[in-house]
Design a protein. Structure first.
Length: 499
């Protein structure tokens, strides 16, 4: 099988997979985005399709206390005895929790909360005993028995720390032919990131570290040679043909030295072989954008090409769409997405916003907007990293005139870099993304106007910090009061150009 990495492009960190027969499911972190924990389905681990989310109700996803890059951290997805389980952490409210479902497409249960510190919980069944293994904090990887019904934990013990570096996290535990394997990440989730392994003849250790740790890392691999960096945080899986694989996160850094990445941490795939009872990832070679794995019966399938051409025909948005902090103040139907702008602006949490991830370095986005703003009102298209790092291409009213503006918010600075008169009627707002630049324009009355361009760099994790990636969003705001009329989006298109 030949495939391209990343297999799930755009902001999809901390991937976790499970298999049921020939069906594969994948979950990733979602932080402050709603619904929480996106789920994907595949028949071959390489071609994934969005199927929904685990956390679709406010009762499952309290985000009142969350800021950008808080909320939902790394999930583990497992299937046991007819039920799918996801264990994850809401770092802003409630801590670790488990939700379950008999159909991964939903509905998922209410959370069972688990009273333990830390992040990155893993769920493992050893016969009837359920273990939770998690990053406790400075002490390293802790483990305790879990009562799945009540969330009650037994006594917790530290079982591993610092196999090849610092900051041991992202544990996953497996039993393979009578041996227990502990896979962890180390080195932090940037260019020092690694995957390390240890094994034991018991699920609770003691664990013997692999002599070849890290089994995967691009630390020390210059971005001059490959944009793929930060490979780490992996989950092992045996495919239905008996081949083994690692699903893990990585980033694509561009733009010279030091490079940056604005699409967030993405989901990658590599084959695994077993040598002397230890996993060897991709034959010990670096991860490349194209991988060829001859010794597998897995076959490529028609792949989601990640294009969105939304005529807003249904009564809700498709699974690629998200809100931030809460889903509200929009309606969909009859070919219109109506956004009811509230007082909050893009600089504040709570702005009326829906978006889908930018998943490709080269892409276009276009939104058709029908909106006659009053003074102070605005709606449009945004490239959004967080409240302090985003670009907006908006329809607004200034000094009585309807105008199209491009506004950049980069940290402490805000600037309007284009401001043009806009004729009456529907307007198409357009963005072209290249690895290093966004170009903004609009079309109205059949004529096209180029407005401005801006560097992708300032919407990157290296500049903004945090754990997420850029969204292509639609938003509306009344700048301090509610908009009189909703902003009516009658078309939206996101199209990859390359990758
Ligand atoms: C996650 C941790 C990590 O909990 O980043 O890559 C944290 N590693 O395991 C947030 O995604």
């Amino acid at each position: 099988m030949q495939f391209s990495n990343p297999v799930v492009p755009g902001f999809h960190p901390d991937p976790s997979v499970c298999r049921v027969g020939e069906d594969y499911y994948l979950a990733t972190s979602s932080f402050e985005y709603t619904p929480g924990i996106p789920l994907y389905h595949s028949h071959n681990l390489a071609d994934w399709e969005p199927i929904g989310h685990c956390l679709t109700r406010p009762s499952q996803l309290p985000l009142e206390n969350a800021s950008a890059s808080e909320g939902i951290f790394a999930p583990t997805l497992r299937y046991h005895d007819g039920t799918y389980y996801v264990i994850s952490t809401n770092v802003s409210d409630g801590g670790h929790f488990v939700v379950s479902a008999t159909d991964p497409r939903g509905e998922w249960s209410e959370p069972t909360w688990i009273d333990a510190p830390g992040i990155d919980p893993d769920l493992f069944w050893d016969d009837d005993t359920v273990y939770v293994t998690y990053r406790e904090g400075e002490a390293g990887i802790a483990q305790a028995e879990l009562d799945l019904e009540t969330g009650a934990l037994g006594e917790s013990r530290v079982i591993a720390d610092r196999l090849a570096g610092d900051y041991t996290e992202a544990p996953h535990l497996y039993e393979i032919d009578g041996t227990y394997y502990l896979v962890v990440a180390e080195g932090g989730t940037h260019t020092g990131h690694m995957v390390c392994v240890a094994r034991s003849d018991r699920p609770d250790g003691p664990f013997e570290p692999c002599p070849d740790n890290p089994v995967l890392s691009h630390r020390g691999v210059s971005e001059m040679y490959t944009p793929i960096q930060a490979t780490g945080h992996g989950d092992l899986i045996e495919a239905h043909d008996g081949t083994w694989w690692l699903v893990f996160l990585g980033i694509r850094q561009f733009g010279g030295y030091p490079g940056w990445h604005h699409l967030g941490r993405e989901t990658f795939l590599a084959p695994v072989e077993w040598v002397d009872g230890w996993p060897v990832v991709n034959g010990g070679e670096r991860i490349t954008p194209e991988l060829s794995v001859p010794d597998t019966d897995l076959e490529r399938a028609p792949r989601a090409d990640w294009t969105t051409t939304d005529p807003f025909a249904g009564t809700d948005l498709g699974p690629e769409w998200n809100g931030r902090y809460a889903r509200e103040r929009y309606t969909v139907g009859d070919g219109v997405l109506s956004l009811e702008g509230g007082p909050e602006t893009l600089e504040e949490r709570g702005v009326t916003f829906v978006g889908r991830r930018q998943q490709h370095l080269e892409c276009t986005a276009r939104a058709r907007l029908e909106f006659d703003p009053r003074a102070g009102e605005e709606a449009g298209l945004t490239l959004f990293y967080d409240e302090r790092h985003h670009y907006a291409l908006a329809l607004t009213r200034r000094e009585g005139e309807r105008r199209v503006v491009v506004r950049l918010r980069i940290g402490d600075a805000t600037a309007v870099v284009a401001d043009r008169d806009c004729p009456a009627g529907a307007v198409d707002l357009t963005v072209e993304g290249t690895p290093e630049t966004y170009r903004f324009g609009f079309e109205a009355n059949g004529s096209r106007t180029s407005l401005a361009s801006a560097s992708t760099r300032y919407l990157s994790t290296e500049v903004a910090g945090g754990f997420t990636g850029v969204y292509v969003g639609l938003y509306a705001t009344g700048h301090g009061s509610d908009c009189e009329e909703p902003a009516r989006f009658t078309a939206f298109e996101y199209r990859p150009l390359a990758d």
